[in-house]
Design a protein around this ligand. Structure first.
Ligand SMILES: Nc1ncnc2c1ncn2[C@@H]1O[C@H](COP(=O)(O)OP(=O)(O)O)[C@@H](O)[C@H]1O
Ligand SMILES: [Mg+2]
Length: 476
């Protein structure tokens, strides 16, 4: 039985323990930056990935590019982990229906309306981010809230009516929801007329059914029913002219991708692959590369990632002490607000997140809104290890230089005698100047297959007394 002492080393940057990268470091999260071809995948990425595999970790791998799967098959072969790989791809038998999973999983909170609505909202935001621009402005928030309320009410209604909570039924509800002039006549309608209407109109049918299902004793359910019927028979029916079609369109837009292709086949029916199997040491490769599957690839993997993160937070590490990892190349494609929340608890759930992305500017674009920086900073603040490879993005390089910070450097070359005159001869300079990140070695034959990276770990003083370390990674 492996021991999972948090101080166990995963990578040694020298033989001095102060230069070890340990499980404790890994569970605090890692961000790798570097331009295209700088050596993220074949340099630091490969070293970390193989260290995880060698130590028996389970994990989840998202695929931005088609070669990711191949890379992991190779890493697994080299570390004797081939039997633990699970390739979830278009041709595989695996299926994962997020709604069904969320409703039937074990544990407190399973199937709560709130969780399901959040899941839809995350899907909605993923779509928005992918189609350019994360949102976050005042008016976006208005629409977000309107959509969220509508989804909430639909799920509640289906629940009380004991109908299957599925995207299909939600679409049926929306297209049947009564219009203002229809509900106006409701007061004058006979019971029979209402009942007939319910037979031909899915939304009315559900409301009638939900009413019939009510248990007189259950006050909570009665209140919920009032809320729901008020919503569909009053609020939603009388929404201002443009509001209703906008909400309907938003919902149909997020549901649409699940009606065809890989999402329909692998993410909308049943479930035979559970995120929890990674806790037993399996490594799930989500082989739906975004380069190939575009938005569908983002949805498929983004949803699995989110539900994996939530499952990981719920897991009992006494029962399942095995560290697990989340691997996300081109992480800007998969950022979600939940990452930040996840990262704050990742340490106690022993989850090692590794995000790889070209630069910080991509993060800003992906987060969107008028002021994406605080969000990006806060996420990056929670990814303790940072590795910077060669980069031409000034924003990233300046950010890295600033984060590593300044120190007094002797600029005159004159040796400093006593401390009083020292300040005269020294100036405060970046320890690593922004331009130094542009010339780091990025592997390949011309560099003897060596990839250079500047590494920082929050709070770490390396064996040479510095707060950063320039490391070399061999590509083979
Ligand atoms: N195993 C390898 N041996 C030698 N060179 C490699 C190897 N893998 C990739 N390269 C080359 O090294 C450079 C860095 O590649 P890569 O790690 O894929 O960059 P990134 O992931 O940052 O885009 C590229 O020029 C690539 O062609
Ligand atoms: Mg790469």
């Amino acid at each position: 039985m492996e021991s999972y002492d948090l101080d166990k080393w995963l990578i040694k940057f020298s033989n001095n323990p102060r230069d070890f990268w340990t499980i404790r470091d890994a569970v605090k999260g890692t961000q790798i930056f570097g331009g295209i071809g700088s050596g993220k995948s074949s340099g630091s990425g490969k070293s970390i990935a193989k260290a995880f595999l060698r130590n028996g970790f389970g994990g989840l791998v998202l695929c931005a590019k088609p070669d990711e799967r191949k890379n992991w098959e190779e890493y697994a072969r080299q570390t004797n982990r081939e039997n633990d790989l699970i390739i979830f791809s278009e041709g595989s038998e695996y299926e994962f229906n997020p709604l069904q999973y969320e409703m039937t999983r074990s544990g407190k909170g399973a199937g709560e309306v709130f969780n399901l609505t959040n899941l839809f909202m995350e899907i909605y935001k993923m779509g928005n981010r992918f189609s350019g621009g994360g949102g976050g402005g005042e008016s976006e928030r208005y629409w977000d809230n309107a959509l969220r309320r509508c989804i909430n009410r639909m799920i509640q209604l289906l629940g009380l009516a004991e109908e299957e909570i599925s995207i299909r039924n939600m679409r049926r509800l929306l297209s049947a929801a009564p219009l203002e002039h229809e509900v106006d006549g409701l007061a004058e309608m006979s019971e029979e007329e209402i009942s007939n209407w319910g037979d031909s109109n899915y939304c009315m049918g559900c409301i009638i059914q939900a009413g019939n299902n009510l248990d007189e004793e259950n006050e909570e359910a009665a209140e919920e029913f009032t809320l729901i019927s008020d919503y569909f028979l009053r609020e939603f029916a009388t929404l201002p002219e443009k509001t209703r079609p906008t909400i309907v369109e938003s919902f149909l837009g997020l549901a649409e991708p699940f009606t065809s292709g890989i999402l329909r086949r692998h993410f909308a029916q049943s479930t035979n692959l559970y995120p929890e199997i990674t806790f037993d040491g399996k490594i799930i490769i989500l082989d739906f590369p975004v380069k190939e599957y575009l938005a569908a690839g983002v949805y498929a993997q983004g949803i699995f990632k989110l539900l994996w993160q939530q499952a990981t937070e719920r897991r009992n590490t006494k029962e399942y002490p095995l560290p697990i990892f989340l691997w996300v190349d081109e992480s800007q494609l998969f950022l979600s607000d939940y990452d930040q929340i996840f990262q704050t608890t990742a340490r106690s759930s022993r989850a090692c997140t590794v995000f790889l992305s070209q630069n910080l500017s991509n993060y800003y674009v992906s987060i969107g809104g008028a002021n994406p920086r605080p969000k990006a900073d806060s996420l990056l603040g929670n990814l303790s290890t940072k590795i910077y490879h060669a980069n031409n993005d000034a924003v990233t390089n300046e950010w890295a230089a600033r984060t590593i910070g300044k120190s007094f450097m002797n600029i005159t070359g004159v040796s400093v005698g006593d401390s009083q005159s020292a300040s005269l001869n020294q100036q405060l300079h970046y320890q690593v100047e922004p331009r130094e990140f542009t010339t780091l070695m990025s592997g390949g034959a011309s560099n003897d297959n060596i990839v250079e990276g500047v590494i920082t770990i929050s709070g770490r003083e390396w064996s040479d007394g510095k707060n950063y370390r320039k490391a070399k990674f061999k590509q083979d």
